[in-house]
Write a protein that binds this ligand. Structure first.
Ligand code: SF4
Length: 562
């Protein structure tokens, strides 16, 4: 099986020392990316660690596909203990970092400990340097990238950093790369902040390119020549459809259809798009650089989920206002979904839906933990009681769109996801929106036969996250192609994906997660039975707990295979 190669670089921020070690066995069993991050985090973060404690670790890892010239490979993965969910979270970002990371020669880089002053860490093939950067305290993301260019002669594509939100330990702070691309979900930016780590740069040599089977170039050619709607409108291409089938959360989830959708849909975003945007090596180019000169707003996006969180869920029907929210989140280093939803909760409590000035002020206040922003920076789950609103989260993570009250399989998937209410954990919505995967479409209502499909989708996505392959490759890379790319069988890839999901779950179980946490804020007919069936298919017990026998000797050690 094809996997990433190279040693692990462990960076201890407390003592400012590094260690290089071989993790060949782990790479053989877990591919790279999320798989390797999960295995290292599972085995090295104490099960009782605090998310903001020095024992928490952040693991940054590319995958074997970052050594190809294939489209859909401009991504890299990060794993750690989440301050939002209190469980293990992997998040991946696009942009142009991936090749720069691989160019350092390391398969993965982990950060542990806690610095006693604000630091930047510079990773090169032959050295790791620690630099005190007090002048970057409170700096917004564009200011950090400007500093990287002027002081280090490095660009945003070689940098990960946090904004004020990460420094202030906002529980949904993101880690940013390439200035506008986010490791968004789960608050790993706040973990970086708790470690006093402002930025990491990667100045590698030439990125190694290894021989790949011909299908890699077939995929690349198809991505380049396709007239797929996402090439024009990115993820916002499905906005009207989601709204039409009532899967588009509106006014803090109190409705599922937004009367102002025309002002924020894919056409609205496309009307503000001024050039193509992409990630490293990707000819699909689904990104959305947008600007409105009249109102002086320029950003990248908003993506579909941001259109929901800061648009319909806040009752905002002007795309430029959503672009402004998106830009503020990118500057401050905030996950747009969690931030928009938490603000929507506040708007509901204050009866202020549609108040765009207040929304923009709240984003700033959250990023700086000022005023009511200090409360909202805790995320919806922790503030819902104080606000007197319903808690719209799973495992502490706020919901994206693709409403599970219409898309029942996606609803089940929100519940089982180890990282909480996140749509990309299984992308089950793609099966339940017929326009997305026509050949595989399933009836959105009902849960019959869906647990088995869900297990397969979760495993599949775990492999993509470890590859690291972008999930928007779904119309270009089928199961057979994926198996060919990894030089193995698809059944074997399913085993690898299952191993990763089970290890995440085992870690979370040790922190007290069980069936009670696989809970939705709404009812879906047949949900309890489907959840039990899901556990049975996974080999977990009726409470959703992984038996120790499923993770080897209890340390999580899993023998390497081919
Ligand atoms: S499909 Fe879009 S998000 Fe995915 S790698 Fe390509 S440009 Fe980036």
């Amino acid at each position: 099986m094809r996997h990433l190669e190279g040693p692990l670089c462990s960076v201890d921020l407390t003592d400012r020392v590094t260690e290089t070690s071989s993790i060949d066995g782990i790479l053989e069993s877990y591919l790279g990316g999320r798989g390797v991050g999960t295995k290292l985090a599972h085995d090295r973060i104490p099960f009782d660690a605090e998310p903001f404690g020095s024992e928490n670790r952040l693991v940054l890892a590319a995958g074997p596909m970052q050594q190809s010239r294939m489209s859909f490979t401009g991504r890299v993965s990060m794993t750690g203990l989440s301050p939002l969910t209190n469980g293990l979270v992997s998040s991946n970002a696009g942009g142009f970092l991936s090749r720069n990371l691989v160019g350092t020669g390391y398969s993965a880089i982990e950060f542990t400990g806690e610095a006693d002053e604000l630091l930047a860490v510079h990773v090169r093939p032959d050295s790791v340097e620690f630099e005190s950067v007090p002048e970057l305290e409170g700096a917004e993301v564009p200011d950090v990238t400007e500093y990287a260019a002027s002081e280090w002669d490095l660009d945003a594509e070689q940098t990960i950093c946090i904004g004020p939100a990460g420094e202030n330990e906002v529980r949904f702070a993101s880690v940013m790369t390439t200035e506008t691309r986010a490791f968004g979900r789960g608050g790993l930016g706040a973990v970086m902040g708790s470690k006093n780590l402002k930025a990491v740069t990667f100045a590698g040599g030439e990125t190694p390119v290894v021989e790949f089977p011909d299908v890699a170039m077939d995929v690349h050619r198809d991505a380049a020549t396709s007239d797929h709607s996402m090439k024009r409108q990115g993820t916002t291409a499905g906005t009207d459809y989601a709204n039409a089938v009532e899967a588009f959360p509106t006014r803090y989830f109190s409705e599922r259809e937004f009367e102002g959708v025309e002002g924020i849909n894919g056409d609205a975003v496309e009307s503000k798009k001024y050039k193509k945007g992409t990630c490293s090596q990707c000819a699909f180019a689904c990104k959305l650089p947008t600007k409105d000169e009249e109102r002086g707003v320029e950003t990248e996006g908003p993506e579909f989920e941001t259109v929901m969180a800061f648009g319909s869920n806040c009752a905002v029907d002007d795309i430029v206002d959503v672009m402004k929210s998106n830009d503020l989140c990118d500057r401050l280093g905030l996950d747009t979904i969690s931030c928009g939803d938490t603000i929507a909760a506040y708007l509901m409590a204050e009866d202020e839906f549609g108040n765009v000035d207040l929304i923009h002020e709240l984003v700033e206040q959250i990023g700086h933990r000022e005023g009511v922003g200090d409360l909202l920076a805790e995320g919806t789950h922790r503030v819902a009681d104080d606000l007197g609103v319903h808690d719209w989260s799973v495992k502490g993570m706020e919901f994206p769109a693709h409403d599970g009250r219409h898309l029942h399989g996606q609803g089940l998937s929100f519940a089982t996801s180890n990282r909480g209410a996140d749509h990309m954990y299984a992308s089950f919505y793609a099966l339940e929106y017929p326009y997305v995967e026509k050949s595989k479409a399933v009836e959105p209502h009902g849960l019959d036969d869906k647990p088995e499909r869900l297990v397969k989708k979760e495993n599949h996505n775990a492999v993509l996250d470890s590859g690291v392959v972008c999930k928007f490759s779904r119309d270009f890379i089928d199961e057979e192609t994926l198996a060919t790319l990894f030089d193995t069988t698809y059944d074997h890839l399913q085993e690898v994906g299952s191993r990763i999901v089970t290890l995440e779950r085992h870690f979370n179980n040790q922190r007290g997660f069980d069936r009670d946490d696989d809970r939705l804020p709404y009812d879906i007919p047949g949900f309890p039975r489907a959840l039990s069936e899901y556990y049975e298919l996974r080999g977990w017990d009726e409470s959703g707990v992984v038996p120790e026998s499923a993770v080897g000797d209890g340390s999580g050690a899993t023998p390497a295979d081919d």
